[in-house]
Design a protein around this ligand. Structure first.
Ligand SMILES: Cc1cc2nc3c(=O)[nH]c(=O)nc-3n(C[C@H](O)[C@H](O)[C@H](O)COP(=O)(O)OP(=O)(O)OC[C@H]3O[C@@H](n4cnc5c(N)ncnc54)[C@H](O)[C@@H]3O)c2cc1C
Length: 436
């Protein structure tokens, strides 16, 4: 197709937000270039090769309510690639495994007294009744959860999860963040109350690459390994970006990376206060260990580890969701931990990380032998999770910036929902539409 002429928009970042913005712009006839620092599109939903198939570096699934993904997939004519599957959820608590997939599992969850089990079961329903999230903005998740489910439920179920995910920030996390999690997980269910999640044939990488191809087919450009190193600004207006491969003039620039990266780019050109305001939101990093095994660990997809003695908060056996046949028969297990980039685990060499985590995994699964491991991979993301504290709404920077022609659509601006590809797509498309 002939490339569109006229105004040119540059998008910094080829994750789902950047690609979705690009898609929206090319459809409106705007000339687009997406600059992605990495060698592949997909961002945090990026992938690597396992047995000839792409697998996410960090476990990914969709909820059945993720309508923005489904709308996009439909536009690309790929509905038949979406896979819906029931999954099993469990919890490891006090050295025991518990299934927590259905309402009847909750009633059998013996670490809680019977009345507390009922309160836990009702909590998700009560959470879904909250219509105005604004009424939760002044509350921490802890305050709200104790109010809703009582202290015992909080102590056994929610506190370890919050601490596992947010560490020393656990007590500051907003009730809005937690409410959303409950709403999403509780809403993604089949008729029998079991959790149903969605995946894509070929993984999230397949969708990212089909979206990139669709952008190129309409005359857009995707530049890989093209980190934006600076902005070109004239008279308070952005006129382009500097990349590792030279300058790129633009009439509008959309920045989608994490806010501290954007702060570094704008700092030389704006009032210092603005860059400071972009750094107000803090992020946790994530480390994921991916094990390729010759056999399965359990029949659970998502196992919450409610024990602070473990260096990971989740054991996610991906091949209990997408079958092992997709990966040449290998069983794939993620061990996930959110942490500060200064954390020792984040800084350890990969082989030490694997050895260290394996020792702990063997405490949970004593039969697990190192011989089962066909390969191990360690992935790190510095900006993995914005820390959604009370009154988070007041910290979010607006779409427009003090530099004319520069706009922001980043993961940290997704609110009241938490980050996720569904919202990256929603926000990216909105941004593309506004710029057009
Ligand atoms: C452990 C983990 C599990 C997750 N699980 C799920 C899940 O199950 N389901 C789900 O939907 N979501 C999940 N997410 C969240 C999801 O991955 C993100 O919300 C989404 O991918 C964010 O997309 P984005 O485009 O906003 O940002 P990003 O994906 O971060 O994209 C930003 C892009 O900008 C690029 N970039 C950075 N600096 C520059 C520069 N200077 N120049 C050019 N490019 C640059 C980056 O390389 C990146 O590709 C998970 C995230 C993590 C960390």
């Amino acid at each position: 197709m002939k490339p569109p002429s006229g105004p040119h928009a540059v998008i910094i970042g080829g994750g789902f937000a950047g690609l979705s913005a690009g898609w929206e712009l090319v459809q409106r006839g705007i000339r687009v270039t997406v600059c992605e620092a990495e060698e592949e599109v997909g961002g945090l939903a990026g992938s690597f090769d396992v047995g000839g198939t792409r697998l996410e570096k960090f476990y990914h699934h969709w909820f059945t309510s993720d309508t923005h993904v489904l709308d996009l997939v439909r536009e690309l004519g790929r509905e038949d690639q979406v896979l819906h599957r029931p999954t099993r959820t469990g919890m490891y608590y006090a050295h025991r495994f518990f299934r927590l997939s259905t309402p009847s599992d909750v009633l059998r969850f013996t670490p809680l007294s019977f009345p507390a089990r009922l309160r836990l079961g009702l909590l998700a329903l009560r959470a879904r009744r909250v219509k105005e999230w604004q009424e939760l903005e002044d509350l921490t998740a802890e305050e709200w959860l104790i109010r809703l489910g009582g202290r015992q439920v909080h102590q056994v179920v929610w506190r370890p999860l919050l601490e596992g995910k947010f560490g020393s920030h656990a007590r500051d996390i907003s009730a809005v963040w937690f409410w959303n999690k409950l709403k999403l997980r509780g809403g993604s269910r089949g008729r029998g109350g079991e959790e149903v999640l969605a995946y894509y044939r070929g993984g999230f990488a397949a969708l990212a690459s089909q979206l990139a191809q669709a952008i190129c087919a309409r005359g857009g450009m995707i530049r890989l390994e093209s980190a934006v190193t600076g902005l070109m600004v004239h008279d308070g207006r952005v006129t382009g970006v500097r990349t590792e491969h030279g300058p790129l003039p633009a009439d509008a620039v959309l920045a989608t990376p994490a806010l501290p990266i954007v702060a570094d780019l704008v700092e030389p050109h704006t009032d210092p206060e603005y860059a400071v305001s972009l750094r107000r939101i803090q992020y946790l990093a994530n480390i994921c260990i991916v094990l390729e095994l010759d056999r399965s660990l359990s029949d659970t997809y998502w196992l919450n580890v409610n024990d602070p003695g473990f260096p990971f908060v989740g054991v996610i056996e991906h091949t209990n969701f997408e079958p092992p046949e997709s990966y040449g028969g290998r069983r794939l297990v993620y061990l996930s931990k959110y942490l500060h980039e200064s954390d020792e685990l984040y800084r350890m060499p990969d082989d030490e990380v694997v050895r260290f985590c394996l020792r702990h995994l063997q405490r949970m699964f004593p039969a697990l032998s190192p011989d089962w491991i066909l390969a191990a991979h360690v992935w790190r993301a510095r900006y993995a999770q914005p820390i959604v504290v009370r009154r988070y709404g007041s910290l979010i920077p607006p779409f427009e910036t003090p530099l004319r022609g520069l706009y922001l659509s980043t993961m940290a601006q997704v609110y009241p929902e938490d980050r996720g590809t569904n919202y990256a797509i929603r926000e990216g498309r909105l941004a593309g539409g506004r710029i057009a």
